[in-house]
Design a binder for this molecule. Structure first.
Ligand code: AHR
Length: 659
C-alpha cells in the first residue's frame, strides 16, 4: 500500500482524520501547573500476572524440566525413552496417593543388566541453555536393590551432542535429595536433558529438576532474570496475581488455591492449567501448574520490584464462561477462611500459624498486604451474594484491607450495569473494570472517566489491551496502532486519578511457541525476551507517574481527541518537574505550544518520544527495540514549551519548574 493510502486507511479506522493544519499554526494548550487537581495514586500503573501463555512454568519460573514430578495427567508427558536404550530397562510410574497425596507419583526405573536405560526430558518447547553458564541439577532418589543405579545427566543440543554433563550416585533406600552441577559448553535454544540410569539395579526418582545458576537475584531455583528485569524496569505500582481466569478455574476443582502453592516445593500439588484446552486454535495439552511460582514467590517478586502485592482470590465461583459452577452459599466458609489466612500469611506476626510459615519460607518481615480482589471476572447476583458475605467477614477482622470487586468481563452492557449499580450501593472500595477492545474503542473512550462519580468507589482498570482483530482471535498483534491507542486512552486514566487509582495492561507474558492469548505485553522464547510497543507505553507512564495531576486544557476543555491530540499532565514533587504527555494519532505532524501558568520554567526540557511511521510496526525477538523510546532536549523560551509532535507518536515532556 502506498504511504498516502496507508495514512488514509488508518485515519479512517480511527475516525480522527486530521485536516492538515493551515500554515502549521500551533495548537495552543494551557498547563495550570500550580492548580492541583488530584494526587496520583502511588500504585497507579501496575502489572497483571497470570499463568497464561507459559508465563510461569516454561516462562518466568526458571525450571527447565517439564513434568518433573510425573504429575501431569499423562505421567510421562514431556519424557521419552530413546530407542537405543528402550530394551535396556523399564520405567514404571507408581502412585502412592495415601502416603503422599500432594505429590503422589514417582518413577521406578529397573535396569536388569549393565547396559544403560535412559529418559529424556524435552523441556518447555526445549530448554534454553547458555554457553559458560552453570546449571544445577537435583533429584529425589532411593535405591530398591542391593546394587546401586548411577545417574548420568547430560544436556543434549538439537543434534544430540552433549553440551554439559554430571553424575549422581544415590545411596540407601530412603528418599534423599541429590544435587550436581555443570557448565554448558554451547548456547542452545532448544536443548534436552537426558537422564541415564546405569545398572544393574532398581531406583526410584522424583522431582527431577534443572535450573540455571543465574536467576533473578541469584536465588536458587528462582526466576528468569531477563523477564523479571523487564518487569522491574516498569517500576510497577502493584503486581496483580495470579490472574485472571486462572483464579476461577474452568470448574471449582481446578481453581487456584493459594495454600497448595506455599511451603516445600515438593509438596505443592500439580494441577492442569485452565488454559491447557481453552482455545482449540492454540491447544496446549502439556500446560500444567507446578506452583514452583506460588504465593510466597509472588509476594517476594512484588517486594523485589517495588510493587504493592494484589492477590485475587476465588470467591466460590468457577469461570462463568466455562462451567458457571458455584459453591453453595452455606459452604463458602473455606473460601473466606482462605482469604483471612492469606492476610495472616502476608502480614501476620511470626507467631501466628500462617505468619510462621512465611517466616519459615525465609521472610519473617510482613509483606505489607493492603488490598485483595474477591473473585476475578465474575458477574450476576450470585457474585453479589458471595462477595457480600466475604466483605462482611474480612472487613470485620481487617478493616484496613481494601477489597477489589469484579464488574464483569466488559465495560458496558447488562452484566456491567447490574454490578456497577449494585456494588456502588453497597459502597464497594474499588471496582475492577476490564476492557479488551478495538483501538478505535480506546480512542473513543479516552474521556470515559471525565464524568464518573467522584464520590463513589474508586476504579481499577484491572485488565485492558487494544485488540486489532477481536478478543480470542489468534491474529491479534502488539502493533504500534494498538499501543498508540492505549497511550491516548491512558491520558484519560491519568487525568482522572481521583477516580482511577490503578491500571494494568493484560496479559503480561507470552512464550512465542506456547501462547494461547494475544496480544501480550512481553514476549519471550527460551533465551530471549522483548517488550512490545505497548510495553514501552506502559513504561513511559509508570516511569513518569508524577505526584499530582494538573490541568492541561485547550480553551476550557480537556484535550481528548480534538485535532487528533490527547494530553495529560502531572507535577512530580520528588524531582520538581512538570511532566506533560501528548499523543498524536494523526498521520501528520502537529505543532503545539504549551503555555505553562503558575510556575517558572527551566530553559530546557527533555522529550521522550515513542513513535513509528508504520502503524502495523512490531517489535520482535530479532528487533526488540524497533519501536522504543528515544530522547532529545529542547530549549524553552519564557513560559511556552514549543514542539512539533510527530505523526503517530507519544511524547513525554519533562522540565524543571520553580514557584
Ligand atoms: O487476560 C486474559 C483473560 O482475560 C483473563 O484471564 C480474564 O480475566 C479475562 O477474561
Amino acid at each position: 500500500m502506498k504511504t498516502q493510502q496507508l495514512i488514509t486507511a488508518f485515519s479512517l479506522l480511527l475516525g480522527v482524520y486530521a485536516t492538515p493544519l493551515a500554515a502549521q499554526q500551533p495548537l495552543n494548550f494551557t498547563v495550570k501547573a500550580n492548580e492541583i487537581k488530584s494526587a496520583v495514586s502511588p500504585n497507579m500503573w501496575g502489572i497483571f500476572f497470570e499463568d497464561i501463555n507459559l508465563s510461569a512454568d516454561g516462562g518466568i519460573y526458571a525450571e527447565l524440566v517439564k513434568n518433573r514430578s510425573f504429575e501431569f495427567s499423562m505421567p510421562l508427558m514431556g519424557w521419552s525413552i530413546p530407542k537405543e536404550a528402550a530394551n535396556n530397562g523399564q520405567v514404571l510410574i507408581i502412585n502412592r496417593q495415601t502416603v503422599n497425596s500432594a505429590n503422589p507419583r514417582f518413577a521406578r526405573v529397573t535396569v536388569p543388566g549393565t547396559r544403560s536405560f535412559a529418559l529424556v526430558n524435552e523441556g518447555f518447547r526445549g530448554m534454553g541453555i547458555k554457553a559458560g553458564e552453570q546449571y544445577n541439577f537435583s533429584v529425589y532418589a532411593r535405591q530398591q536393590a542391593s546394587t546401586a543405579v548411577k545417574l548420568t545427566l547430560t544436556l543434549l543440543d538439537e543434534s544430540g551432542k552433549a553440551i554439559g554433563s554430571t553424575t549422581i550416585a544415590p545411596t540407601g533406600n530412603s528418599w534423599e535429595q541429590y544435587k550436581g552441577s555443570f557448565t554448558a559448553s554451547a548456547t542452545v535454544p532448544k536443548a534436552k536433558l537426558q537422564v541415564q540410569f546405569s545398572g544393574p539395579g532398581v531406583v526410584d526418582v522424583d522431582m527431577i529438576s534443572l535450573f540455571p545458576q543465574h536467576t533473578w537475584k541469584e536465588r536458587p531455583n528462582g526466576l528468569r532474570a531477563d523477564l523479571v528485569q523487564l518487569l522491574a524496569d516498569l517500576h510497577p505500582g502493584f503486581l496483580r496475581f495470579p490472574g485472571g481466569c486462572i483464579v476461577e478455574g474452568r470448574e471449582l476443582s481446578n481453581r487456584y488455591q493459594w495454600k497448595k502453592t506455599v511451603g516445600d516445593v515438593n509438596e505443592r500439588t500439580v494441577i492442569m492449567n485452565r488454559w491447557n484446552n481453552e482455545f482449540a486454535h492454540r491447544a496446549t495439552p502439556d500446560y500444567f501448574q507446578s506452583f514452583g511460582l506460588g504465593f510466597f514467590e509472588y509476594f517476594q517478586l512484588s517486594e523485589d520490584i517495588g510493587a504493592s502485592p494484589l492477590p485475587i482470590l476465588n470467591c466460590g465461583m468457577a469461570c462463568q464462561f466455562n462451567s458457571s459452577e458455584v459453591v453453595a452459599v452455606n459452604e463458602l466458609d473455606p473460601y473466606i477462611q482462605d482469604a483471612l489466612d492469606l492476610i495472616e500469611f502476608a502480614n501476620g506476626d511470626v507467631n501466628t500459624t500462617w505468619g510462621a510459615l512465611r517466616a519459615k519460607m525465609g521472610h519473617p518481615a510482613p509483606f505489607n498486604l493492603k488490598m485483595m480482589g474477591v473473585g476475578n471476572e465474575q458477574w450476576g447476583p450470585q457474585y453479589v451474594e458471595r462477595y457480600t458475605i466475604f466483605a462482611k467477614v474480612i472487613k470485620e477482622k481487617y478493616p484496613a484491607i481494601q477489597l477489589i470487586n469484579s464488574l464483569g468481563p466488559g465495560p458496558d452492557g447488562d452484566k456491567f450495569t447490574f454490578l456497577n449499580d449494585t456494588l456502588r450501593k453497597l459502597h464497594a472500595d474499588i471496582l475492577d473494570e476490564h476492557y479488551y477492545s478495538s483501538p478505535e474503542w480506546f480512542l473513543k473512550n479516552a474521556s470515559r472517566y471525565d464524568s464518573y462519580d467522584r464520590k463513589g468507589p474508586k476504579i481499577f482498570a484491572g485488565e485492558y489491551a487494544a485488540h486489532s482483530k477481536g478478543v480470542g482471535n489468534g491474529d491479534n498483534k502488539n502493533s504500534w496502532q494498538c499501543a498508540l491507542a492505549e497511550a491516548a486512552f491512558m491520558t484519560g486514566l491519568e487525568r482522572n486519578t481521583d477516580v482511577v487509582v490503578m491500571a494494568s495492561y493484560a496479559p503480561l507474558l507470552a512464550h512465542v511457541d506456547g501462547w494461547q492469548w494475544a496480544p501480550d505485553l512481553i514476549w519471550f522464547d527460551n533465551l530471549r525476551s522483548y517488550g512490545t510497543p505497548n510495553y514501552y507505553v506502559q513504561k513511559l507512564y509508570a516511569n513518569n507517574k508524577g505526584s499530582v495531576v494538573v490541568p492541561i486544557l485547550k480553551g476550557n476543555s480537556v484535550i481528548s481527541g480534538q485535532d487528533s491530540v490527547y494530553a495529560s499532565s502531572v507535577v512530580d514533587h520528588t524531582t520538581g518537574e512538570l511532566v506533560v504527555k501528548l499523543v498524536n494519532t494523526a498521520a501528520t505532524p502537529i505543532p503545539v505550544a504549551l503555555v505553562v501558568q503558575g510556575v517558572k520554567l527551566a530553559t530546557n526540557a527533555n522529550l521522550t518520544i515513542l513513535k513509528s511511521n508504520d502503524l502495523q510496526g512490531l517489535n520482535s525477538l530479532d528487533q526488540p527495540m524497533h519501536i522504543s523510546p528515544a530522547t532529545q532536549n529542547i530549549d524553552i523560551k519564557g513560559k511556552t514549551i514549543r514542539t512539533n509532535i510527530a505523526p503517530w507518536s507519544f511524547y513525554v515532556i519533562r522540565t524543571k519548574i520553580t514557584k
